[in-house]
Design a protein around this ligand. Sequence first.
Ligand SMILES: [Ca+2]
Ligand SMILES: [Ca+2]
Length: 192
Amino acid sequence: MTRRALAPLALPVLIACAPAPAREPGRAAPGRLDATPGMVLGGACTTSGPERCFDARDDNCNGLIDDGCGLPTGYLQFAVAWAEEAADVELEVTDPNGELAEVGRATASGLVKQRDCPGESRECHGQNLENVYLEAGDPPRGRYSVRVRLERLGGAEPPIRATIGARIGPKSHQAAVELTAEGASETLSLVL
Ligand SMILES: [Ca+2]
Ligand SMILES: [Ca+2]
């Protein structure tokens, strides 16, 4: 399994696997992802070959993130992947009820966080990907917050480049972010 290096970006770029409609800055339309101010939205998914695992990308543009890699998914899915093995990046997904998805306990809305990486005993085996998905049922309407935060550099050289993948029903979206220092974060919001 190979990792695709992220191109150096001054600003995070959100790429949708379908043509993105025009949007007004700072406004989130229903069923749409909206990025932290400064993010650039737009672009169409470009197939980059077969699906690669643990990169939080929909490489083959079939609407599914890392499909065939054993990652559970659902109508909603949010994933973050990063290459620096020692760095600790947190995926913090909060549902419309204000409940944070945590490992080992589903939210009342059915969001499950699959794992914490890199993990205290390296349980991610150097394949750093955190995954939050809707286990079953219909997602509650409202605003979801998807925050990616650099908890610890762990000796890695900043910036830490991470890919955020988001699945909303049949469509996947991707964002590339750079986290420049411990405590730095980027947030996407989704309004259903
Ligand atoms: Ca795919
Ligand atoms: Ca992939």
